[in-house]
Every structure is written in C-alpha cells, then in structure tokens.
Design a protein around this ligand. Structure first.
Ligand code: MNI
Length: 464
C-alpha cells in the first residue's frame, strides 16, 4: 500500500509538472470573466459552506442543520452563501415521480437562508454513484436504487480510501449505464434531467436561489478525460440545461468538470454550452480544489507547502482558462481540509486570496468543519471570519487586504451601493470608507457604502 501510494504520487506529480509547464507557456487569462450578480445587478462575492455532507446519509436526504445553526454561522463568520446538497434519490424516489414533500422541506431551509440575505446554490450531490453500490448502503450516495444497475459485478466493501470504490467493476458499470456507454439504459440521463426540471420548477421564483450545480464531481466510469467531458458529460449538461430552461430562464446553471485531475489542478476539456435564454448566458463554472499533496496525507508545511502553492497556481490558471471557454463566472464549489493539522489555517487564507466566490467543504461537525463534534469552534472559524465585499456596485477589478484595511477597486455601473461584512475582531466599531457615504448595521455587521455611480472607484475601508 505504501509503495502504491508512492507510485501514484510520483505519477501524478509528473502529470502536474507537465500541466504546469503547459500552463506556464500559455498566458493566464486575468480578467473579463462575468460575475454572478444580485437582483440590483451588483457583482456578488460569495463566502459560505457546503451544507452539508450529512445529507448524503440521512433517510430523508436533508442535512442535519437547524435555523439556529445558521444564526450561529452568520454571527461567527458573516457568510452570505450556501452550496446546499440535494440527493437525486430523494427528488425522484420512484421513476418519474417527484417528491413534493422533500422539495417543500428543501424550500423551508432555503427560506431560512433567504430571510438572512443569503444566496443559495442547489447541488445535485453524488459520490460513488449511489447508496445501492453496497448492500449496507454506507459507501455511495446520490442516485436512487432503481437507477443503480451493477449487472452482478462486484463491489468490494473494504477499501483503503473511499475514492478507491470508484474503480470497482460494479461502480464503473453503474456509471457506464448512466452515460449510455453500454446502450442498455438510455432512459437514465433523461430521468436525471427531468429531476432537475422538477427542482427548477419548484425554485424558479425563489430569488435567494442563485442557480443549480448540475452534478457533483462527475466520474466517467470506463470513459475518461476529454472523451468523457466533451462526450457523455456534455450530453448530460445539454439535456439538463434544456429541461431547466423550459421552466426557469433566469437562474444560473453551474457546471463541474470531471473531478479526477481537475480537483488537483489539471486542465478540463469541458466545452462551451449555448444558453437558450434571451439575454446574456447564465452558465458558470464550479470546480473543486483539493491539492494533491494534502490528499496524500501531507500538511501545508515545508516542501509540501511549495508543491501545494504550485498546484494552486496551476489550478487557478486552468480554471480561468476553462471559465473563459464557458464564458461564465467561477465559484470554487469545494475546498476543505483537516483544520487541526499544521499549516491548515495558512492554506485557507491562501485560497481566500484567490479572490473567488467559494463554499468551503463542509459545514459538518468535525475537524474539517467550523465546529467540532462537541460544537466547539475549530481554527477554521477565525480564518473564515474575514472582512469581504458581499456585493459590489460595479465590476470588481481588485480586492486587497493591508493589515485590517480592505480595498476594493471597481468599475461603477449604476447598480447600487457596495456592501461589506466587517467582523468584530478587526472592526469593533464598524468601518470608515475612504470615499462615499456609509450606513452601518451593527447587528448584521454590514457597512453599506454609496459612491459615484460611474468610472473607476477605489474604496478602502478602515476600522472606525
Ligand atoms: O478527492 C476527491 C475525489 C478523489 C477521487 C475521485 N475519483 C477517483 C473519481 C473523486 C473525488 N473528492 C474530494 C471531496 N468531495 C466530496 C464531496 O463532494 C468530499 O467528501 C471529498 O472530501
């Protein structure tokens, strides 16, 4: 096992080196990506959590999460975003029938967020296809049992790490049926797209719902890489886009690349998609980031820190390149790690400095999350609780931090005031803007700043 790990590490680092050299010799696109905007047209900077991994295993498919938990999250970290996990098995428990009671319960949770000014991205989650891949049901999640066809192929129930289940013959076959690689179950993809239509029909009029993350961490089964991303994955996305747009022309559709490779910073071959709505396309890119040295068990220290920084650089370049091709904004859908390990807090800070909208993996209690099993804050709370512009009255050009001060440069476009979340630790009495007029909401810790409505604005907020 040790040797296998070493070989895997060497192979992947070799790949990353090649990808890195390729990325280096091409110019990295820096700007010109659109932003997700709110109903006033302001650019949104999103900070939040995946909520929650527990939805994978609960019988009703809902996360273990209360309205009081959300209040605490806002109080402690001032988030404005959630990547909320859905389960296909809960949406479409029997073929062609959509569970309105489940969708009502999701809607109830969406309203908790809406009441507090959050934006919600609904994520059709899966790992390892579905719970039907093993008899006990504890390995995979997502797909309903009726959509799980293993054809009697084996799935060994003991694996050195959970990802290894993806290589089991039965799991590969379940995916091959879904992608219609086998030709035996062409109906499955349309069921999935139909489930999305049902979700979109339910949430199209909920302004807090920003959009839909079509599939978590896609895996191609026996078809991999560019062949998968430009073939069956693109086909699934086209069908889902068509179904969603038949009922909802306004929400964003968010696309993930194949997880293997892209999670580590390798390029994705995901193509451009036409958005059949009038007005500008609303299709965005939501990759994940799991730097390989950490996946292999290292900490963000010493030599591993250098490799991690390099992989983050390649991830950024390759992500922006794919987003350019798609023509949409980027949200970092998942990034997370064990916060009790050395260097973890530094790494979260490093990832925040990419300046992207993001949802941390995840909100669940434990060493990765903001609160441990006893509800005590982990070191994540302190790093994640950082001043940021929640909504910007123009096109952001640059966001930078100098000590406690925060500067945002934007091209004003008459869309409304700029809003900042300012944590009590750094801004105990609120903040003072370098230009414009401000109102301070001490309960929500939000500073709203009205500036000129056209031209470049450089707005610095310092502690009052
Ligand atoms: O690290 C992964 C990951 C590794 C390998 C593979 N394949 C071999 C297909 C797929 C995914 N995923 C990271 C995180 N994503 C889930 C939720 O989406 C979390 O539980 C993982 O930590």
């Amino acid at each position: 096992m040790k040797l296998a790990r070493f070989i895997a590490a060497v192979l992947v680092l070799a790949f990353l080196t090649v990808a890195g050299i390729v990325a280096w010799t091409r110019s990295a696109p820096e700007d010109g990506l659109p932003y997700v905007s709110d109903d006033q047209g302001r650019a949104l900077i999103l900070r939040g959590f995946n909520t929650a991994g527990s939805a994978k295993g609960t019988p009703d498919g809902l996360p273990e999460f209360t309205e009081a938990d959300l209040d605490r999250e806002y109080r402690d970290m001032g988030t404005n975003f959630v990547r909320f996990l859905l389960q296909w098995r809960a949406v479409e428990a029997s073929p062609g029938t959509y569970d309105t009671k489940y969708l009502d319960k999701v809607a109830e949770r969406v309203r908790w967020y809406a009441k507090r000014g959050y934006h919600v991205m609904l994520d059709m989650h899966q790992d390892l296809w579905g719970s039907g891949i093993t008899p006990e049901g504890g390995a995979g999640n997502g797909a309903p049992g009726w959509a799980t066809h293993l054809d009697g192929l084996p799935v060994a129930t003991k694996q050195p790490t959970w990802e290894m289940f993806y290589l089991e013959p039965g799991v590969i076959r379940a995916f091959d049926h879904f992608w219609n690689t086998t030709g035996d179950h062409p109906e499955l993809m349309d069921h999935y797209a139909g489930a999305w239509k049902a979700v979109a029909a339910r949430f199209k009029d909920e302004p807090a719902v920003l959009g839909y993350d079509l599939m978590n961490e896609p895996w191609g089964g026996s078809v991999q890489g560019a062949t998968f991303e430009t073939g069956p994955l693109a086909e699934l996305y086209r069908r889902c886009i068509a179904q969603i747009r038949s009922v909802d022309t306004d929400s964003w559709v968010f696309l993930e690349p194949q997880a293997v490779g892209a999670n580590w910073g390798l390029p994705s071959a995901l193509p451009h998609f036409d958005d059949p709505r009038s007005g500008p396309s609303r299709i965005g890119f939501v990759p994940h980031l799991y730097p390989l040295p950490l996946d292999l068990g290292d900490d963000y220290t010493a030599g591993s820190r250098q490799w991690t920084d390099r992989t983050i650089g390649w991830w950024r370049d390759n992500t922006l390149r794919t987003a350019k091709r798609i023509g949409g904004p980027v949200i970092l859908g998942e990034f997370g790690l064990d916060m009790t390990r050395p260097g973890s807090a530094d790494l979260v800070g490093r990832v925040q400095e990419l300046g992207l909208s993001m949802s941390y993996w995840s909100r669940d209690p434990g060493v990765w999350g903001p609160y441990d099993d006893k509800g005590k804050p982990t070191p994540l709370v302190d790093v994640y609780n950082r001043a940021y512009p929640r909504a910007v009255g123009g096109i952001p050009q640059k966001i930078s931090y100098a000590g406690k001060a925060l500067t945002v440069v934007f091209d004003a476009n008459e869309t409304g005031p700029t809003e900042f979340y300012l944590p009590a630790r750094d801004f105990p009495k609120g903040g003072t803007p370098s230009v414009g007029t401000a109102t301070w909401d001490p309960a929500r810790r939000i500073l709203t700043v009205t500036t000129k409505t056209s031209g470049i604005v450089t707005l610095t907020i310092t502690p009052t």
